[in-house]
Design a protein around this ligand. Structure first.
Ligand code: NAD
Length: 381
């Protein structure tokens, strides 16, 4: 079978779903690889680099879709791309079926199989294809780099001939994959890092990354983010008030806030309120990784960098992984080829779409003219 990746069409998207390295691995699984000309350019992979490992470079997306049996891309397809699908073809990409109902219906009616990388179950066996985590890891790292680029001081404390420099104080709100990556990056740059999460079980992970867990005195239930399958649930009003009071207390001394708090299926909770921004020192930075879902900070404008009246920089970029396109493409392409490895047990370039496999079942959102989303709960954890 032929495996192809088109150029991403979303404005500003620099990632690509196939790298030369991944192509070599896919060839070992029996696939002939095809790429649209220029698809890897912005991520640092030239047409020549693909040709050098035996990938066929085609001139147009139309030809790419026509030629390929399996099409892998990063962003959810546009309607015009779904129009190019047909029975017998498989599309693999981020899809967000819950938010893209019309697209899902369009994909169903194309008769093609669609595998949503965002629906890969987060069980141990599937970690190698967990693209959400790969991208969240990059976003967390890049958030700190972006903060450093906007912050007028060092992260680490220094004693220099020209004077003593205090270390920056960083607060990370939400310690999932992105938050833990941000904590690791901030502490490795020498910042004093604090982190908060509603899930108490992450305290140990926060501390093992060198940060201080922000503790709320909440009686028996120290943190009450009643969790489902490792994810947070909305907090009670009492808990939320305590949390906000703690943030108000911290705001004047924190230089950089990185917010990553999300609750599945809901808008991002507002946690860094306008008065907290006002209480921060001029030149402080807020990076809101939840911007795409409405933002954790009152002042966040998605995709914008704004400066508050008191001189605090609030960044709501939604393209952090794309800002590290080479790294993001490398990890994403690796996630994709691991998915293909599971779909190709014979290593013969033939897909065996086993709907009894929890991971494949969980990620499949359309198949044989039917919508297969949402999946039943996985049997294995
Ligand atoms: P996420 O992006 O859904 O949320 C980010 C973080 O925000 C979470 O840690 C959440 O608890 C936190 N949060 C929500 N409301 C908050 C609030 N009011 N205040 C502070 N923090 C708040 O999380 P994620 O990165 O997708 O990870 C979710 C879970 O999945 C974690 O338990 C993670 O360890 C787990 N996970 C497991 C695997 C696996 O393969 N086993 C892979 C990835 C993630």
């Amino acid at each position: 079978m032929k495996f192809g990746s088109p150029r991403e069409t979303a404005p500003g998207e620099l990632r690509v779903a196939l790298t030369p390295e991944a192509a070599l691995q896919l060839q070992k699984l029996g696939y002939e690889c095809v790429i649209e000309t220029g698809a890897g350019k912005a991520a640092g992979f030239s047409d020549e680099a693909y040709r050098g490992v035996g990938v066929t470079v085609v001139d147009s997306a139309a030809l790419l879709y026509k030629t390929s049996d399996v099409i892998a891309k990063v962003r959810p397809p546009e309607a015009a791309e779904v129009d190019r699908l047909e029975p017998g073809k498989t599309l693999i990409s981020f899809f967000y079926p819950a938010q893209n109902k019309e697209l899902l219906e369009q994909a169903r009616s194309s008769g093609a199989t669609v595998i949503a990388m965002d629906m890969v179950p987060r069980i141990s066996r599937a970690q190698k294809m967990d693209a959400l985590s790969s991208m969240a890891n990059i976003a967390g790292y890049r958030a700190v780099i972006e903060a450093g680029n906007n912050f007028g001081r060092f992260f680490t404390g220094q004693v220099t001939a020209a004077g003593k420099v205090p270390p920056a104080k960083v607060l990370v709100i939400g310690a999932g994959v992105a938050g833990l990556a941000a904590i690791g990056t901030a502490t490795s740059l020498g910042a004093i890092t604090y982190a908060f999460d509603v899930r108490p079980e992450v305290a140990e992970q926060i501390e093992s990354m060198g940060a201080e867990f922000v503790f709320l005195d909440f009686g028996e239930e120290q943190q009450d983010g009643a969790a489902t399958g490792g994810y947070a649930a909305p907090s009670s009003p009492e808990f939320r008030e305590k949390q906000l009071a703690k943030f108000r207390e911290l705001a004047p001394q924190i230089d950089i806030v990185i917010t990553t708090a999300l609750i599945p299926g809901r808008d991002a909770p507002k946690l860094w309120l306008a008065d907290m921004v006002t209480a921060m020192k001029p030149g402080s930075v807020v990076i809101d990784l939840a911007a795409e879902r409405g933002g954790n900070c009152d002042l966040t404008v998605p995709d914008e960098r704004i400066v508050s009246d008191n001189g605090v920089i609030v960044i709501g970029y939604t393209d952090f992984p794309s800002r590290m396109a080479t790294q993001a493409s490398t990890l994403y392409a690796t996630n994709i080829r691991h998915m293909l490895a599971d779909l190709t047990p014979g290593k013969d370039g033939v897909i065996v779409h086993n709907m009894d496999d929890d991971v494949i079942r969980g990620a499949t959102v359309t198949k044989d003219g039917a919508i297969t989303y949402p999946p039943p709960p996985p049997k294995v954890q």
